[in-house]
Design a protein around this ligand. Structure first.
Ligand SMILES: [Zn+2]
Length: 425
């Protein structure tokens, strides 16, 4: 364009600024993004040699505007990502606020106001450890070493205390310098992190960790594992169903829940694991804070395996490998030698750990009848609630097991529990 000859530039009678700059030639083009939307206009003024812009300049500029279009799009995407990141931080902050125990709640476990006349925040570590020791129930009161353990006579706070007790019984608090306050806060957050659903609630989370503890200690499986590994396994038990919604993986997929979009497989398991790790990453609840890097990585690795291993599909893969280990164990006559051999076999130990986790998750079936029959009803009730959701929200007919209208057709409760527990993992 010859600017001086064009009507559009007739306003320009004099130089535009003090430098005496005058518009002589103009080359202008739209900036188009990848979606073919005009996101801007690029304009060049005055060719350096004073000649008007020609076709070659146009071609050059076309390529340039293409790049400009992409970079505008990138900036746009970058802005959106930043916003999302900020939103995520805010949401996480809100979650933390609701999951962490506040200064009044912590008095349930550490009654420092009553005992020392001050808040936990004003106490030193020795004072906290002393108060905690007085408050813990000890190993026998609630029979935490027993496979027959039942939570029915415990309050949810009792279970928090029993959970803390288990870490002391494992001997890991002293060995790995777990700050007592962090342990209290972690265990309290576990209780708060479980939703108040019918079955997959804090009581279930606790029961799984307690069975893991009992398998290790009373069942003597601890002999294959180090103290660090035992701590990881019990911690995995606590975290294994945190924030469960009372509906299974299939429901997350059918309802197109964001969790299903985020995680391609083992949807809920990955969420429980991430949530558990998210809480542990908070300094105030980080029971692993005094581990060295190698120990920390090992603990997290084991938690990854133990929690994801709950997924039924993975269980079937591991079952064959597990059978091989069982057969192999029969070839050893000397128990001591077998223990020494297995303790050094990382993969085999991990497979056994995964199976232990699975067993813990299903352990309600091993409880005395009066306990397992009540648990069976809770499992059934949660399934029926999912069935109700499938009927009302998804407008689908639930499978008979989740259909409360077919509850009369259910076989005897002990069998029900066995059947029901398998798909709930
Ligand atoms: Zn579970």
């Amino acid at each position: 364009m010859n600017a001086s000859a064009d009507e559009m530039f007739k306003f320009q009678k004099e130089p535009l600024d003090e430098s005496g700059w005058v518009i002589k030639n103009v080359l202008s083009m739209p900036i188009v993004n990848k979606k073919e939307e005009i996101v801007g206009v690029a304009t060049f003024y005055n060719r350096k040699d004073g000649k008007p812009f020609d076709e070659q300049d146009e071609t050059l500029m076309e390529s340039l505007t293409q790049f400009l279009g992409w970079s505008v799009l990138n900036t746009d995407t970058y802005d959106k990502m930043n916003k999302l990141e900020n939103r995520k931080d805010i949401a996480q902050d809100m979650v933390m606020y609701h999951v962490k125990c506040d200064k009044d709640e912590i008095q349930d476990i550490l009654p420092t106001r009553k005992k020392l006349g001050k808040d936990v925040a004003d106490c030193d570590e020795d004072e906290i450890a002393k108060v905690l020791k007085q408050e813990l129930p000890g190993p026998s009161k609630f029979e935490i070493y027993e496979f027959r353990f039942s939570d029915f006579d415990c309050t949810e706070i009792d279970l928090v205390k029993c959970g803390i007790q288990m870490y002391y019984e494992l001997g890991v608090v002293k060995k790995f310098q777990v700050p007592p306050e962090a342990l209290v806060r972690f265990m309290y957050a576990m209780k708060k992190g479980y939703r108040k659903v019918t079955y997959h609630n804090w009581r279930h989370g606790f029961n799984v960790a307690q069975t893991m503890f009992t398998l290790l200690m009373t069942g003597k499986l601890k002999r294959y594992y180090t103290d660090l590994e035992a701590m990881a396994m019990v911690t995995a038990g606590f975290c294994h169903d945190i924030d469960h919604r009372g509906t299974n993986n299939l429901y997350q997929m059918k309802s197109q829940h964001p969790l299903a979009k985020l995680h391609g497989s083992s949807i809920l398991e990955r969420h429980h694991l991430e949530f558990g790790k998210f809480l542990l990453a908070d300094e105030s609840m980080n029971i692993f804070q005094n581990l060295n890097r190698r120990q920390h990585e090992h603990v997290i690795h084991l938690m990854d395996i133990a929690i994801i291993a709950k997924d039924l599909a993975l269980y079937f893969k591991k079952r064959t490998m597990f059978q091989k280990i069982v057969d192999e164990s029969k070839t050893y006559e000397d128990q001591q030698k077998w223990t020494e051999y297995l303790s050094l076999e990382t993969t085999r130990k991990e497979i056994i750990m995964a199976m232990m986790m699975k067993a813990c998750d299903l352990s309600a079936i091993t409880k005395p009848w009066e306990v397992q029959s009540k648990v069976a009803l809770l499992v059934a009730a949660e399934f029926w609630e999912q069935g109700d959701l499938e009927r009302t929200v998804l407008q689908q007919q639930p499978i008979p097991m989740m259909d409360r209208n077919k509850s009369a057709e259910l076989p005897k409760l002990s069998v029900v529990l066995l059947i029901l527990c398998v798909p709930c993992i």
